[in-house]
Design a protein around this ligand. Structure first.
Ligand code: SF4
Ligand code: SF4
Length: 382
């Protein structure tokens, strides 16, 4: 099996010139990263209508479409399911996606983020029939959907539409393999049962696996000082036979260099390594307060504009390292400069958008409680 061909360039988290503005992509750095990636024989790019507020597709046009022959790379793009109000909307968005990218066909066309409420939207807009039609017309070479829900819904979708499709993009990593709200393992097995190829997203759970507490990082170093935590996570996913692509979002050149090394010198995960990752998953599970992947979908959905993932990141860090600088970030950078977590009105709008099935209002309440109960700024930081 050619494991090298499994390394896909995820374009949901591109390098930015302004970390607070997702539309400010560092195009020069992205171009350099694309050049190195292609130079090393890789060719798969994954984007969506929504990534970087629509600018990811434009950055791909500039970095790849305008600089490389069409047959030398593959592009996967996704229709924004949450925005579909009628059948005609499929065409509206797909035409816009093709225009932003500057291409005439997709190598892979997916219906984005199928979960319980948005499966209904996709069905109402006849999106599964639509992508099939796009394949027949040659506008999409391969078709499928990306999925963010439990195995029970996946089974229902595949029973109904599996025969029409080629691929499913699922969240898969060693922390979520047996997680009851993600069920990566069961979802993978369902795709195998239906004979569908699997594209893996969030192999690092948006950084949760690599930004782990020091005690876990130390265990990885002891286990194998020469390999990064990311390399273990990518090999965990890519070692599975039905996994054809493992996406990695890379903000830095160093991340890309490390990933190239992982796939150019690929080794299937051994039994000993599997056991080690299982242990690390258990430890991590006990240490992560909110399993937010920082995907950012909830931010635009929140009418109060609460910077939700930033609160969850600080909360996770503070649970493991309750230091004054973290409290300063909470009070000064978020609660003061942005929007206080206590502004949450419990409207629930964000819930459908959460790719990790987090009860966001409930967790925000815990964030407030953690940082504010019985605490006066800085003086009392543990
Ligand atoms: S429940 Fe709270 S965090 Fe979620 S969208 Fe409503 S106000 Fe924003
Ligand atoms: S709370 Fe959910 S939707 Fe928001 S960034 Fe985290 S994982 Fe993504």
């Amino acid at each position: 099996m050619n494991y090298k061909s499994k390394f896909g360039f995820g374009c949901m988290r591109l390098p930015q010139t302004d970390e607070n503005d997702p539309t400010k992509i560092d195009q020069d750095l992205f171009n350099d990263m694309v050049d190195l990636y292609i130079e090393h024989g890789f060719n798969y790019f994954d984007t969506s209508y929504a990534y970087h507020n629509g600018v990811s597709e434009v950055a791909i046009r500039k970095a790849i479409v305008e600089r490389y022959p069409r047959e030398s790379y593959q592009i996967c793009d996704k229709i924004p399911t949450w925005a579909l109000t009628c059948e005609e909307d499929n065409d509206k968005y797909v035409n816009e996606m093709l225009e932003r990218l500057g291409i005439e066909y997709f190598d892979v066309l997916l219906i984005h983020n199928i979960n319980t409420p948005w499966f209904n939207l996709a069905e109402n807009a006849k999106s599964f029939e639509y992508v099939k039609n796009m394949k027949e017309k040659g506008i999409a070479k391969r078709i499928g959907f990306s999925f963010h829900d439990k195995a029970e819904l996946l089974e229902k979708v595949l029973e109904k539409y599996g025969d029409l499709l080629d691929v499913v993009q699922i969240q898969l990593n060693y922390l979520d393999w047996e997680d009851p709200s993600i069920e990566s393992g069961k979802c993978y097995e369902l795709c195998v049962k239906h004979g569908l190829d699997v594209i893996v997203m969030e192999p690092l759970k948006g950084g949760v696996l690599i930004n782990s507490p020091d005690s876990i990082q130390d265990e990885f170093k002891k286990f194998n000082p020469d390999k990064s935590i990311a390399s273990f996570a990518l090999r965990f996913a890519a070692s599975l036979d039905n996994v054809k692509i493992v996406l990695s979002g890379m903000r830095k050149m160093d991340d890309l260099v490390d990933n190239i090394d992982t796939f150019e010198n690929f080794e299937v995960l051994s039994d000993e390594e599997h056991e080690f990752l299982k242990r690390m998953a258990k430890k991590l599970d006990e240490n992560v307060a909110v399993p937010c992947s920082e995907c950012g979908y909830c931010i635009d959905a929140c009418p109060e504009m609460i910077p939700i993932p930033e609160y969850f990141t600080l909360y996770n860090i503070s649970k493991n390292r309750p230091a004054e600088d973290i409290y300063r970030l909470y009070f000064d950078k978020l609660a003061d400069e942005k929007v206080h977590a206590a502004e949450c009105t419990y409207c629930g709008t964000c819930l459908d958008f959460c790719t990790q099935q987090i009860d966001i209002p409930e967790e925000l309440e815990k964030v407030c409680e953690h940082f504010e109960t019985g605490f006066s700024p800085y003086a009392g930081a543990p």
